[in-house]
Write a protein that binds this ligand. Structure first.
Ligand code: ATP
Ligand code: MG
Length: 660
């Protein structure tokens, strides 16, 4: 162990590791030469990937211009159209009849779009938006459910060169208005509504409320008819999608945009505070998203069926739903509903129906399925799955093993097992990074349950101490990125100072991600949670993740969140909030059992002082645990800003339990 005041303690050790099977490795898209090539010539590697994954209208003259650091210019002088690359070129190549999107609606309706059909729809939308006065550089707010029109709108904007700002459909009218104002959006695209857990849920009234007070920049609101809920109609602003899009011409010539032309603004999830409006540009973002989508998921576009469960309101839904799968010519599933409606087997039913081969989801969903029990997925044929991805939070080793054993090993609904389970790819990245930064190559990397493994080829990840010095294997510290990468953010919209202050001021010349991490004894990388959440117990710097993982490793625990609360003797004490698995009993016994379990597994220093059994944890709308609110409660304060919480009433209930 190193100096306890400067780095993070390394508490857990993982012995299990799984090598790719010989068959998988033999057919894999990416082999170890990717690492060698990128190491020998990082910029040369990215230039090659840029020309491989995109069709450039004008080739770039320079790979990287970093003279304006920390604002990078990638693929300087290159011109490219995102929508042409996602659509037209596949049709031109003779793949127009391949399915681009299998859409599965919340109420069980379904439709499919071929590449030819999606191309026409996007051309029509581009023509319709242009006839409403939208031009290159204008901003568009998109407030839609998970329906194909969301992707069509995003690509139509990209085609024209308009900048989209997708606002998650679960956000309030106030949140929508502040994002419209921040970007000075000219057009809003929305729907009458959608369904949440089988019940109609409106969207248009929130748009009406957002625009009720004057002073906004919106000139038109285009409304998709989705669930038929009645809506107020503002004749000055509102137009039905059906009246303007399908009636528009299906011919539209894409113009090539500069590689650094803004593609979109997207707000972060808001786990740590006020969301930041992250700006991405065209060339670099598309190159790294498409390259990582191929490599991390071993994408074979002619045969795979890819399904990313993320909403288009989050960065995962931008990079790995709207852009990369289409750039790569893949077939994907898009699902409007929730995993438990109308029953808890809904996802597995979809995997079986479309023979999904690559599934990409979040640890929170995996832990929820663990809580519901393996009998549910065991009842479906999931044998088509051959790669399983995860993103969004550290995945606890036991959740990882469950994902492998229950989902990745399923060879049919009769309880048959695959000889070689589907490899799991844990992917670390952020809204700011645009695409995968740390992830295994499934045909190359030995994967360990809970580890995100290694930097993506061409990405320079490091872990440093307080002074910015690299830590050694077996040590924890601050996760940083040492060199610019193609899909890096180009700033915070309208706030260059906040951009520098947030990411570039902590360590000289390095991007600081805000996360803690460690390298294990083999040099594999583990994410340890946010550094803001690090607990200082008797001079030991403990991260949240390992203690949570230890709790989740107990057979009675489904989910856990730990925080540090002020303590007179130890500085801070570990306080844990746990959700039990179905059937497990609450009470004094379980609390003692769990404390001892953590003490045994990772040492007395990590033993929680208090454990509270709760029915739910506070999560953002993207499913991430919001520990800062739990810390407020653990220290006896009123919980802070909960506006990005999926269900604000969770905190009231936890605060009551804490007091009683
Ligand atoms: P805000 O920055 O507003 O607080 P946020 O950080 O939750 O919001 P995102 O950009 O959606 O918004 O999330 C990125 C963060 O998610 C990372 O910094 C990291 O903490 C966490 N994360 C994402 N993927 C992983 C992963 N595979 N393992 C561990 N943590 C992950
Ligand atoms: Mg963040």
């Amino acid at each position: 162990m190193t100096d306890a005041t400067s780095t993070l303690d390394n508490l857990m050790h993982e012995e299990r590791a799984f090598a790719p099977s010989a068959e998988f490795a033999a057919a894999a898209i990416a082999d170890a030469s990717r690492y060698e090539r990128a190491k020998a010539d990082r910029l040369g590697y990215w230039a090659e990937r840029a020309r491989e994954v995109l069709t450039w209208d004008t080739d770039f003259a320079e790979t990287l211009d970093w003279s304006g650091a920390p604002v990078a210019k990638w693929f300087v002088g290159g011109k490219v159209n995102a929508a042409y690359n996602a659509l037209d070129r596949h049709v031109e190549a003779g793949n127009g009849e391949r399915v681009a999107i299998h859409f599965e609606g919340a109420t069980g309706d379904s439709t499919s779009y071929t590449y030819a059909e999606l191309t026409t729809a996007v051309k029509q939308a581009a023509n319709a938006f242009e006839s409403l006065g939208l031009a290159k550089g204008d901003r568009v707010a998109i407030y839609l459910p998970m329906i194909p029109e969301a992707v069509i709108t995003m690509l139509a904007c990209a085609r024209i060169g308009a900048v989209h700002s997708v606002v998650f459909g679960g956000f309030s009218a106030d949140a929508l208005r502040s994002r419209i104002d921040d970007a000075e959006a000219k057009l809003v695209v929305t729907a009458d509504g959608t369904w949440r857990r089988g019940k109609p849920s409106s969207l248009k009234p929130a748009v009406d409320a957002a625009l009720a007070t004057p002073g906004h920049t919106v000139e038109h609101v285009v409304v998709v008819k989705r669930n038929g809920e009645p809506t107020d109609w503002n004749a000055d602003l509102d137009k039905w999608w059906d009246d303007v899009v399908p009636t528009a011409s299906g011919e539209h010539t894409p113009i090539a945009h500069d590689a650094e032309h803004p593609l979109f603004i997207l707000y972060t999830s808001g786990t740590t505070g006020k969301p930041k409006g992250i700006l991405h540009t065209t060339g670099g973002y598309l190159v790294q998203s498409a390259a990582t989508h191929k490599d991390t998921f071993d994408l074979h576009p002619e045969s795979d069926v890819f399904w990313c469960t993320a909403d288009v309101g989050w960065v995962t839904g931008h990079s790995y739903v709207a852009y990369a799968p289409l750039i790569n010519g893949a077939t994907q599933v898009m699902f409007e509903g929730t995993p438990d409606s109308p029953h808890q087997g809904r996802w597995w039913e979809i995997v079986e129906k479309y023979k999904v081969s690559i599934l990409y989801t979040a640890p929170t969903a995996i832990r929820t399925c663990m809580k519901w029990g393996r009998e549910i997925p065991d009842g479906y044929d999931l044998s088509s799955l051959r790669v399983l991805g995860t993103v969004g939070e550290p995945i606890n080793p036991e959740a990882w093993m469950w994902y492998r054993d229950v989902i990745g090993s399923n060879a049919g609904k009769n309880g048959e097992k695959k000889e070689h389970p589907a490899p799991i790819v844990d992917t670390w990245w952020q809204t700011e990074t645009g695409s995968h930064m740390i992830a295994p190559l499934p045909g190359v990397t030995h994967t360990k349950p809970g580890s995100a493994q290694v930097a993506v080829p061409g990405v320079s990840i490091d872990i440093v101490d307080e002074m910015g010095e690299s830590v050694g294997d077996g040590e924890g510290g601050y996760l940083v990125i040492r060199d610019p990468w193609p899909s890096m953010l180009r700033g915070i919209w309208g706030d260059p100072e906040r951009f520098k202050e947030t990411y570039w001021s902590r360590f000289d010349g390095m991007y600081f991600a805000g996360d803690g991490a460690k390298f294990d004894e083999d040099g594999d990388l583990w994410l340890l949670g946010r550094v803001d959440d690090v607990m200082n117990v008797s001079g030991h710097r403990l991260s949240t993740t390992e203690i949570e993982s230890s709790l989740v490793a107990h057979e009675k625990v489904a989910e856990a969140a730990v925080v540090g609360a002020k303590d007179a003797t130890t500085g801070e004490a570990v306080v844990a909030f746990v959700i039990l698995r179905g059937g497990a009993e609450e009470g004094e016994d379980i609390v003692t059992e769990l404390r001892n379990h953590v003490g045994r597994q990772i040492g007395p220093i990590a033993k929680p002082r208090h454990i509270l059994v709760v029915p739910e944890l506070p999560k953002t709308r993207s499913g991430k645990i919001m520990r800062r609110l739990l810390k407020d409660v653990a220290e006896g304060r009123e919980a802070g800003d909960a506006s990005t919480l999926a269900d604000p009433s969770v905190m009231t209930r936890i605060a009551q339990d804490m007091r009683s």
